[in-house]
Design a protein. Structure first.
Lengths: 176, 163
């Protein structure tokens, strides 16, 4: 029996919460995309745990989908948490621009005022655009985290799983 | 070429290419449209520390991500782009070894951990290479997972009773 789509949502929510919260906390967010990947791995671990309890199988595609979902949830949580932390991130961006000014020969005029763009208040257009783009990037990274999670927690040889089923070699590779 | 496989491949190329292009768009727009440039830098700040001393420069401005992240996005894009040219034997060999995802990540993990602990400072080229090395293997598993997803959907559709 294969995993149902509903079985993927809760692990994805938990993985997304990890990714979203840690990606938003000052200092922790410096560790690049690690938290989003970790969210995907956690989601796949929870999926494998659920599968073993239910004596069901799960496949690499389940890991990919759960990871991608965890990325989307993580993006939403990150953006929501960042709203009250806007002041901190504006200072972060300001420090980045000042650091950039040390290395760049010429900065465009008025660059000191760029961080003031964010202080003009909440803008629904930029919020939803950020949400869209961040969701895409987080979903991509979360999906890769799901693949990593599958390689770590793949079903053992005793359980029925996709790796034991004869594969159609032409399926995954489009060829020329 | 199967239509579904082509769509998956094109979709992957588009998505990964868009993300990679974004990293170059930020410095490109800085002079002509600084607000959009700042916005793009801000978007990538969720997934990268963007430390200027660890980033490559283009047009005298840093890219939107550090050298390691650039290696990751570029490696995945180039690897996915060339995927139709891979031999089937190689693809099957890779797909049967998902643990390679972790093995390929070892240089990246070692380098990042050493840098985090202040043990060493790696040149940008090495960081870039560690990102490329890891990402180069991923498309094999990515497309396999997508193929599985497609098969699962097809069998679910076939099982549905006719109206």
């Amino acid at each position: 029996m294969a995993m149902k789509e509903n079985d993927l949502v809760r692990p994805a929510l938990i993985g997304g919460a990890l990714a979203g919260i840690l990606s938003s906390i000052p200092f922790f967010h410096c560790l690049c995309c690690l938290w989003v990947l970790a969210g995907g791995v956690l989601a796949t671990y929870l999926l494998s745990d659920r599968a073993s309890k239910q004596s069901t199988s799960y496949k690499m595609s389940d890991g990919l989908l759960t990871g991608a979902l965890s990325g989307v949830f993580g993006a939403i949580i990150t953006l929501i948490i960042r709203i009250p932390l806007t002041g901190y991130y504006l200072n972060w961006n300001k420090r980045f621009l000042e650091s950039l000014a040390r290395f760049a020969d010429q900065m465009p005029p008025g660059w000191e005022n760029w961080t003031e763009i964010g202080q003009q208040g909440w803008n629904p257009f930029t919020f939803f655009l950020s949400l869209l783009v961040t969701s895409i990037v987080f979903a991509f990274l979360g999906a890769l985290g799901g693949l990593i999670g599958f390689s770590l927690f793949k079903p053992s040889a005793g359980t029925k799983n996709e790796t034991q089923t004869p594969q159609n070699p032409g399926d995954s590779q489009p060829g020329l | 070429m199967n239509r579904t496989q082509s769509l998956f491949w094109l979709g992957t190329i588009f998505l990964s290419g868009l993300i990679l292009a974004g990293t170059f768009l930020a410095p490109l727009l800085q002079e002509k449209n600084p607000a959009w440039s700042a916005f793009i830098y801000h978007l990538f700040s969720s997934v990268c520390h963007q430390k200027v001393e660890r980033s490559f420069f283009w047009l005298d401005r840093p890219l939107a991500v550090c050298s390691r992240c650039l290696g990751f996005y570029a490696g995945f894009f180039i690897s996915a782009l060339s995927y139709p040219l891979w031999s089937r034997r190689l693809v099957r060999w890779l797909e049967s070894r998902p643990s390679l995802i972790l093995v390929a990540a070892i240089p990246l993990i070692v380098d990042a951990t050493g840098g985090l602990l202040g043990l060493w400072w790696t040149p940008l080229g090495i960081r870039l290479a560690s990102g490329i090395l890891w990402a180069a293997f991923l498309p094999a598993f990515w497309f396999r997972a997508l193929a599985e997803l497609n098969r699962t959907k097809k069998s679910a559709t076939d099982r549905k009773p006719l109206a």
